[in-house]
Design a protein around this ligand. Structure first.
Ligand code: ADP
Length: 490
């Protein structure tokens, strides 16, 4: 199949979170099965074109696209070699994409023109197959920012203009990120006004909601774990106001568990680590631990675990459950290696607690891919007390690195981590239910008790390292969704 991916992120060069890893690994796995996969992203100003081998696609001339009332000059670029299995195209548009990050300005403030950006990205993505005379079987849009590609496919471009059937699939990586705008922004999208007022696709309590429109318009919709698919249709807390809309899609909405990208995340072959290791030879993990403690200038008390956290520092990730108990645990001898950026209030609170316990708590307020690898490898426990979690990849990496995850039972965490009860020969991590700091504290005490039993701990690590969340089963399921989506357009 010819698959056009429309995504704002792709690892490793344009990454904020798990969606980037998915866009990269899913595309690579599909290409490995013989599909022609082409990904279109904005050319972010922050990208180092030389380092990333990004160059203009000379055979296509510069173009001008209308967004709302304004015309914008664009130019297509490509990344990597032309023989790469997955072809990556980047849309240059200096007014909309230069001098900023993926979702925010460099100082963290949001864009005032994100709708314009989404519009231009999607228009350019749909234009590319026409320009290249490449018949598209499926347009696969990732998250709300790519939804205009689905809307344009249904309402603007006809089958004649888009070569190929162009069935549409929307993958929801996080239902909380819906992209909602005041109703008078309809013009910016260049879509018929009727779509923006009730009962139009985009209308949402008097505003415009891109994700809602995508859920209704796409031929197929999926999210990234079976449990999150259930939660979002059955529990208003998880449905984020779209529960009924999702339910209305019936069988057309499902959950497909993400795979782990074990090419990038493999402790036996990881260049970021002080030493490599695998389940048959764990000595390297001890070296990684020692190196991490030295690098971060922290140390646990004897017999106490080092707890790692790598993630966006936002409410979703359960940081509010962690903060109130960190000081107490640090006094008890636990050490913490925390890597993350996000909400200012959480960054400040984390900086404060690490300042109070500098010998036990290290907080690195950055995005650092290599340090992330060293934390997965060098920690004893990996913390992921998320309030909700569509899939979560970090816990999969932690399992592979022999670092049992501590997770709240929600979304994809429930699908991927089994609780290890004392003296049980089962389980891969530590699971708790309530979203209260005391519950996290209790489960950490349980983890600490098992950490003091080396044989039990070793068996726990082995069970986790043997878990294989490879992409293969997911890719077969995506292929099936693509087939259904194509059949809807024929
Ligand atoms: P989400 O997509 O909600 O952010 P996931 O667990 O699916 O959560 O994926 C998070 C990905 O982003 C992981 O690969 C994780 O290692 C990475 N990551 C998050 N924050 C950072 C950071 N500050 N530095 C390096 N990697 C990070």
């Amino acid at each position: 199949m010819n698959i056009l991916m429309v995504s704002a992120e792709m690892a490793p060069f344009a990454k904020v979170g798990g969606m980037a890893d998915v866009a990269a690994a899913l595309s690579r796995s599909l290409a490995g099965r013989g599909h022609d996969v082409r990904v279109v992203l904005p050319l972010y100003g922050a990208l180092d074109r030389e380092k990333e081998k990004i160059r203009p696609l000379k055979k296509l001339p510069p173009l001008s696209l209308r967004v709302g009332q304004k015309m914008h000059n664009i130019r297509f670029h490509v990344r990597g070699s032309t023989s790469s299995a997955v072809k990556i195209y980047l849309v240059e548009c200096s007014e909309l994409f230069d001098q900023r990050g993926i979702y925010t300005y460099n100082d963290g403030t949001g864009f005032e023109d994100s709708l314009q950006r989404s519009n231009l990205h999607s228009q350019a993505a749909l234009l590319l197959p026409q320009l290249l005379q490449w018949p598209v079987d499926v347009v696969h849009a990732h998250d709300a920012s790519a939804v205009p590609s689905i809307l344009y496919r249904q309402n603007w471009y006809t089958g004649k203009q888009l070569p190929g059937p162009g069935g549409t699939l929307l993958t929801i990586h996080n239902l909380a990120h819906q992209e909602i705008f005041p109703a008078d922004n309809a013009q910016t999208l260049g879509l018929p006004r009727s779509l923006a007022s009730y009962p139009g696709l985009l209308e949402f309590h008097g505003q415009l909601n891109l994700l809602k429109a995508g859920i209704l318009a796409a031929d197929q919709v999926n999210t990234v774990s079976p449990n999150y698919a259930l939660e979002t249709t059955q529990n208003p807390e998880y449905g984020c106001g779209l529960q009924g809309i999702l339910e209305s899609r019936g069988q057309d909405y499902c959950g497909i568990l993400n795979g782990g990208d074990y090419e990038t995340w493999d402790p036996a072959n990881d260049k970021a680590l002080a030493a490599t290791y695998n389940k048959d030879s764990m000595a390297g993990k001890t070296k990684c631990s020692q190196a991490l403690l030295k690098e971060l200038k922290i140390a646990p008390a004897s017999g106490k675990p080092v707890c790692g956290f790598v993630g966006r520092l936002v409410g979703q990730k359960g940081v509010d459950l962690l903060l109130p108990i960190m000081g107490r645990l640090a006094v008890d001898g636990f050490a913490f290696a925390i890597l993350g950026t996000g909400e200012q209030r959480l960054e400040k609170a984390m900086a404060q607690v690490s300042k109070e316990h500098p010998e036990r708590i290290s907080f690195v307020d950055q995005f650092d891919e290599n340090l992330a690898h060293r934390i997965y490898a060098g920690s004893d426990l990996f913390l992921m007390p998320s309030l909700f979690e569509p899939c979560g990849l970090s816990q999969m990496y932690a399992l592979r690195y022999g670092t049992p995850p501590v997770v709240r039972s929600t979304g994809g965490l429930t699908d991927t981590v089994q609780d290890a009860q004392p003296d049980s020969a089962e389980g891969t991590g530590f699971v708790f239910d309530d979203s209260r700091p005391e519950s996290l504290l209790a489960v950490l005490r349980r983890a600490e008790a098992m950490f003091c039993q080396p044989e039990q701990w070793y068996q726990l690590q082995m069970r986790g390292m043997k878990k294989d969340f490879s992409w293969d089963p997911a890719v077969s399921k995506y292929e099936e969704l693509y087939r259904v989506a194509i059949s809807r357009q024929k």
